[in-house]
Design a protein around this ligand. Sequence first.
Ligand code: ZN
Length: 375
Amino acid sequence: MPVPFRRVLAGLAVAALAGCAGTSTTAPDGASPTPGTGASALPSASSVASPTPGDDAMAGRSGDVPEGPAPDGLEALVPGNNVDADRINLILAGDGFPSDEEFRAIAEQYVGWDGTAQPIDLDGRVAADPGDAVMAEVGLFGIDPYRSSRDLFNVWIAYDAPIPEGLPSFNNATAEQEPFDLPHQSIVLLRAGDLGDLTTSVSGIDNAWVGVEEPADAGEDPFANSFVSLDLSYPVADQRLIAHELGHALFGLLDEYIGEDGIPGNEGRPSLWPVCAQDRETAEAWWGDLVGEVDPAIETYLDAMAEAGFPVSEDMAAEMREQVTVGYVDNGCYGDEGTYRPTQESLMNHNFPALGAVNRRHAENVLALFSGGLD
Ligand SMILES: [Zn+2]
């Protein structure tokens, strides 16, 4: 029986802290870098008016897979979904939105299916008239490896999802508890409006690949679910949270900001794959072969911003490449002395628009479990 969202959220408030205590924790709020301002060229309307899957730069949907019907309780958020394809079923569910239309508009903005940087107006929404754009921002599928793996996803929207009550049971729902009869599902619950105590975004900790070095088929329900709070007065501020939370929920990646000044630490954490190494020897074994690598996702992002008419300055671009170059970052594993992580910045740190080569390699190993096609 469907559980109304209000009841769900009452449970969330009680459970929020407990839900943050594992390997996946709160995302840093409002910390995403948004470089690039003031260019004169503006994007054409056609770049934002409708999804345009299949361009050469992205792995488009396979032409061999016809679009299929939506399961009960869901509508397609992007073209080309087919539940029979070997794909991850990503579901955006909403609560607190003034209307279904507004929820869908924000969901489409956050998903950013066409992979471009979208023109954003003063209200933090996709500019209806590109001439009103004051900045640009990529959505989930503007960030690699999500961008280059679109053929591995069905993306659905749920206006009235029967979400299990309470944060732990929602975020870590078992296959039997998941509200939709779909394999490999991961739900992102977008909560808008008056957030009360719910000002942080969290993902489940019960991902099949937390700390797992060799991803293997984990059955029908390998993923966790996510809760993303957003501010409807300026929604773009929270736009990259979905990509961050799915880093936890899909790939079992770790938060990398824990232990910073002012952020509660998690002392004594042992090594945890793939980026939390408790000593130099472990770090060298895990990512020594990637030292010096720069996740090419940063170039994808820089290109997208330039194409949208808001190029990142050369100085800022150089700094961003430096921040995501693999090395050995001191005290990098939850701030503990003698520990290391591979990059200064990443999507799992301050919602940087690249995972970094070490996280990315692990994410791509998980994605490689799916073919995208009709097997
Ligand atoms: Zn997080």
